[in-house]
Structures are given as structure tokens and as C-alpha cells.
Design a protein around this ligand. Structure first.
Ligand SMILES: NC(=O)c1ccc[n+]([C@@H]2O[C@H](COP(=O)([O-])OP(=O)(O)OC[C@H]3O[C@@H](n4cnc5c(N)ncnc54)[C@H](OP(=O)(O)O)[C@@H]3O)[C@@H](O)[C@H]2O)c1
Length: 229
């Protein structure tokens, strides 16, 4: 299978390595080269639609696209604990990184796909983006941008079922994974709940391998359980 993996963070790199290990052809798109043997790297800021079109338009379409781009905190911003900490700029930045790249990718793919193309687009979302599951509150920008991503996936699922009935678009929650994204927020996590990126990649690929057009528009956790929006 030919994969495009968007983002070279902890989970993106582990997915790329796991795919190479099982004999898949892998192209990885990220701002810096992770230097994984057997992976064809393309320089790309995945939030930049024009750059994405320039880089991807020259390449044959893959069988599977996995978008691993996302942010919870940055040098400038920490997740909000209360509403007074929310800023317009912070919310916009989260939407740009957590929501927009999947939509930009879907535009690019839809413009090139044929009606019977069995393409899979999987985007890493997060359980905290589930509106019905929200009991803890906080993390406004992250939750809102992932909830918007989930709606984007649902919407695309409806459109693709009409236009590309053999394709599938789905969201995936990777669990809590030991990467830079989760590093400041792992204290107090119950024993055994933290996965290495390699473990998460294997779980996610097992879920992806089981996805078919009837799963389109839906969100699944790393253990295969469906997450309600
Ligand atoms: N780790 C967890 O516990 C956990 C839990 C739930 C959901 N998730 C989701 O899983 C996905 C992967 O997370 P991870 O743990 O692998 O995080 P990570 O190691 O921090 O990687 C983040 C990725 O997002 C990209 N990114 C971040 N900020 C960006 C920006 N301003 N502009 C462009 N690209 C940006 C990075 O791109 P470059 O490669 O180009 O630098 C990198 O590929 C995310 O969507 C995250 O929300 C993770």
C-alpha cells in the first residue's frame, strides 16, 4: 500500500516506521526531516494549503492518507483552564493546526479522486473533542478545534458517500501517547494508560486496516471502540 503521512511528530514518525516495517511505501510530509530509513520525505508546513497543493499535486495519489498534525500547547500558549485565558489568536491557531489541514487535504484529494477510488483518509482527533463525552471542561481551543475536526469528518463522510462511495474518511483517537504534545499533562495518569508511539502506531494501523466505506464520517479510538461526537 502507498501511504501519505502528514506530520512528523511523535505519532507520525512511529506510524511511518511501522508502515515501512510491514512493507508499505511511505511518503512523509513535515517541516523538518525525521530521517526515517525507507521513508520518502517531503518538506511541508501542513497548515499551508498552497504549499500542500504544490508538493502533493506532483505525486500519484496514495491508497491511504493519515493526518497526524495537531497541537495542544506551544512555546506561546498553554491549554486554557478557565474562559478568561481564551484569546481569539489562540483559538484561531488551534483551528489552523487541528482542523484546517484535514479540510485542505480533503479538498486536494477530492479534486483528483475518481468515483470508485478506494482511498482512506484518517485524521488524528482526540476523545476530548467529543461534545457528549465532555465532563472535565477546560482546554477550550483544543476541544473546540477537535470538535470542529470531528464535524468536518462527518460532513466529508456524507459528501464522499455520494461522490466517492468506495472511499472512507474517519477520525482516530490515539489514546494518551508519550510525545511532546502530551508531555506536560501526564502526571496523575493511571498506571498502564500511557502508550509509547510505537504501541500507538500498531494499534492505530490495526484500526485503519479494519476501516471500510461504512465507517466513513465516524470517530474511533485506538482500541477500535467508536467515539460518539
Ligand atoms: N499524544 C497524545 O497523547 C495524543 C492524544 C490525543 C490526540 N492526539 C493527537 O494526535 C496527533 C499527533 O500528536 P503527537 O502526539 O504526535 O504530537 P507531536 O509529537 O507534538 O506532533 C505534532 C505534529 O503536528 C504538527 N504541528 C504542530 N504545530 C504545528 C504548526 N504550528 N504548524 C504546522 N504543523 C504543526 C507537527 O508538524 P511537523 O512534523 O511539520 O513539525 C507534528 O507533526 C495530534 O493531532 C494530536 O492532537 C495525541
Amino acid at each position: 500500500m502507498r501511504y501519505w503521512i502528514m506530520g512528523g511528530g511523535g505519532i507520525g514518525r512511529a506510524l511511518a516506521a511501522a508502515c515501512v516495517e510491514r512493507g508499505d511505501e511511505v511518503m512523509l510530509f513535515s517541516r523538518t526531516n525525521p530521517g526515517i530509513e525507507g521513508v520518502e520525505w517531503h518538506a511541508l508546513d501542513n497548515t499551508d494549503e498552497d504549499a500542500m497543493n504544490r508538493v502533493c499535486d506532483e505525486l500519484p495519489l496514495p491508497d491511504r492518507v493519515i493526518n497526524t498534525v495537531g497541537m495542544l500547547h506551544s512555546d506561546k500558549r498553554q491549554p486554557e483552564k478557565r474562559i478568561e485565558q481564551l484569546t481569539e489568536a489562540g483559538l484561531q491557531e488551534h483551528m489552523r493546526v487541528n482542523t484546517w489541514p484535514t479540510l485542505a487535504l480533503a479538498k486536494l484529494l477530492s479534486a483528483r479522486m475518481e468515483r470508485r477510488q478506494p482511498l482512506l483518509l484518517a485524521a488524528l482527533s482526540a476523545r476530548v473533542g467529543s461534545i457528549s463525552d465532555n465532563r472535565g471542561g477546560g482546554w477550550y481551543s483544543y476541544r473546540i478545534s477537535k470538535a470542529a475536526l470531528n464535524m468536518a469528518i462527518k460532513n466529508l463522510g456524507v459528501e464522499w458517500a455520494r461522490r466517492f462511495p468506495a472511499a472512507c474518511v474517519a477520525g482516530l483517537h490515539p489514546g494518551t501517547v508519550a510525545t511532546a504534545l502530551s508531555a506536560p499533562f501526564r502526571a496523575g495518569l493511571p498506571e498502564g494508560q500511557l502508550q509509547t508511539p510505537g504501541q500507538a502506531a500498531k494499534h492505530l494501523l490495526a484500526v485503519i486496516d479494519g476501516l471500510a466505506p461504512e465507517h466513513s464520517g465516524r470517530i474511533f479510538a485506538w482500541d477500535g471502540q467508536e467515539i460518539q461526537p
